[in-house]
Design a protein around this ligand. Structure first.
Ligand SMILES: NC(=O)c1ccc[n+]([C@@H]2O[C@H](COP(=O)([O-])OP(=O)(O)OC[C@H]3O[C@@H](n4cnc5c(N)ncnc54)[C@H](O)[C@@H]3O)[C@@H](O)[C@H]2O)c1
Length: 257
């Protein structure tokens, strides 16, 4: 195999993707299946319509530490390895902050921060226990973990991005740095991909929002969900062996001004 082929080769690796039946999760799961990874999708609800052929799926609420441990142990028992973890599961809440209820704050914190933490903690503990040699963790952040939403563009959508979402995504990006540093000597790399706004064909953003977003974005459009895949595969593969603790913003230049 040539050096260039080796850089991106993921064949036979065991990859776990959380939030695997959602919009981006399906694309990421599909990409790992296509690369020849043993690909395991985890989600709170898994239905046949959202499964990718060739993927293996488990229902899991990542907020349950015991649940995460149980499923990750099952995966290792079945596949004898666990090489890649993509923490993609994430939720948000959209009511105006003046009306935010504590239960909604807790829910977004629990899934985005605590759930991501439990998956990383379990991955690392099992990695140590089984004396695995190399691991890669990719966390899905958000450009709203880096900058505030510009509310001038949210004119015809009720999905106004919330303060708690941005706070949790900033938390995910910071955890990425923390674990990038603290897991470096165990040969586990930890990085993040932070998408800009992704167009959702199944539940499209309003025409006014799309117009304003496109005006605001240097690349003059929202992202397609498959435009996140290159960065995820790069960070999961040996193409990025000297990269850890980093956050790649895949946002069409939105955070550059
Ligand atoms: N769509 C965007 O514009 C955008 C932009 C930036 C970042 N992101 C991030 O990308 C990731 C994927 O987002 P998406 O747009 O595909 O959203 P989505 O809602 O389509 O998918 C999220 C998935 O996570 C799952 N999930 C929620 N809570 C869970 C839990 N407790 N345990 C396990 N699974 C759980 C959901 O069931 C769902 O399938 C999220 O982390 C999101 O914050 C999305």
């Amino acid at each position: 195999m040539s050096f260039l082929d080796k850089l991106h080769n993921l064949k036979g690796k065991v990859a776990v993707v959380t939030g695997a039946t959602g919009q981006l999760g399906k694309k990421i799961t599909n990409a790992f299946v296509q690369t020849g990874c043993v690909t395991i999708g985890l989600d709170v609800t898994v239905n046949e319509a959202n499964k990718i052929e060739g993927g293996d799926y488990y229902e899991l609420d990542i907020v349950s530490k015991e649940g995460v441990m149980d499923v990750f142990e099952k995966i290792i028992t079945k596949y004898k390895s666990l090489d890649i973890l993509v923490n993609n599961a994430g939720v948000s809440t959209f009511a105006p902050f003046e009306e935010r209820e504590e239960k909604d704050l807790d829910w977004v914190m629990d899934v985005n921060v605590k759930g991501t933490f439990f998956c990383i903690q379990t991955f690392v503990n099992l990695f140590d226990q089984h004396q695995f040699k190399k691991g890669a963790i990719v966390n899905i952040g958000s450009f709203y973990g880096v900058v505030s939403p510009d509310f001038r563009i949210y004119t015809d959508t009720p999905r106004k991005n919330s303060e708690i979402y941005g706070a949790t995504k900033a938390g995910v990006i910071q955890m990425t740095r923390y674990f990038g540093v603290h897991l470096a000597d165990r040969n586990i790399r930890v990085n993040a991909v932070s998408p800009g706004g992704i167009f959702n064909p199944a539940n499209p953003q309003g025409p006014e929002f799309l117009k304003h977003y496109s005006f605001r974005c240097p690349m003059k459009r929202m992202a397609n969900d498959d435009e996140m895949i290159g960065a995820v595969l790069y960070l999961a593969s040996d193409a990025s062996t000297y990269t850890t603790g980093q956050n790649i913003l895949v946002d069409g230049g939105m955070t550059c001004w």
